[in-house]
Design a protein around this ligand. Structure first.
Ligand code: 13P
Length: 253
């Protein structure tokens, strides 16, 4: 089966509502949907409904940047999986390094969030990646394998098919210094090998693995050209409507 590539935009905590609406409107008006690419936006929770209304019928997918580990109830300030699904999200980011770092999300929490997302039929985009120190210490593979094994603990084979993995080396996020595309692809191979071991060859062959960290309109093509790279998760360059549209146009010849 051919893996349809994904270009996803993580708007993080960067935009006003007017800015989110402007970006969504610009994409809706200027991006021609195509069967060989999936486009996915992760706005702030606050702007999901506005963005949803603008991109309706455009073929662009919508996701939450985070979700609660809990299913429902008295969890002040949290947003549950069912609420994201209810408002029109099809996807959710889980385990972004900013959440692991600033909000102390440990392996168990990430695993609980994966389970919560699955229970509301959201497609998980699981973020993994090593820090600069871990890379220097030569333990990237160990870190990646630990992150995958813990996140997928207790998750059945049939649930893996809808998952997406985003390899985001922490040292490459927001630094303008991505790895060489072939070095990212090497880590993607480790991810796929791990999925093969934990699950089955056909699951590993079909799962999409994105790269994230300092992707822009200039380097996107070199990453997407790697056999092992099934798409990208874009931060900074997705905040500028023209730059992100360039990414959507430049990813292949
Ligand atoms: P940048 O593209 O700004 O490096 O951010 C990447 C990222 O964290 C996407 O989730």
């Amino acid at each position: 089966m051919k893996r349809i590539p994904i270009i996803a935009a993580n708007w993080k905590m960067q935009l006003t509502e007017a800015e989110s609406k402007h970006l969504a409107t610009f994409l809706k008006e200027n991006y021609q949907p195509s069967a060989d690419l999936e486009v996915l936006l992760f706005p702030s929770f606050l702007h999901i409904a506005s963005v949803r209304d603008i991109i309706a019928g455009s073929g662009i997918y919508l996701g939450g940047q985070n979700l609660s580990f809990a299913e429902k109830g008295a969890y002040t300030g949290e947003v549950a999986a069912f609420q994201l699904a209810d408002i029109g999200c099809t996807h959710v980011l889980v385990g972004h390094s900013e959440r692991r770092h600033y909000f102390h999300e440990d392996y168990e929490t990430v695993n609980q969030k994966v389970k919560a997302a699955i229970s509301s039929h959201l497609k998980v985009v699981l973020c993994i990646g090593e820090s600069a120190d871990e890379r220097k210490a030569g333990v990237t593979e160990m870190v990646i394998v630990d992150q995958l094994e813990s996140a997928f603990s207790g998750i059945d084979h049939d649930k893996l098919a809808s998952m997406v993995i985003a390899y985001e080396p922490i040292w490459a996020i927001g630094t303008g210094k991505p790895p060489k595309p072939e070095d990212a692809a090497h880590v993607h191979q480790i991810v796929r090998k791990t999925i093969r071991r934990l699950y089955a060859p056909e699951i590993a062959d079909n799962i999409r693995i994105l790269y994230g960290g300092s992707i822009d309109a200039k380097n996107i093509k070199a990453f997407m050209a790697q056999e092992e790279v099934d798409g990208v998760l874009v931060g900074g360059a997705s905040l500028d409507a023209k730059k992100f549209l360039q990414c959507l146009k430049n990813w292949k010849d």
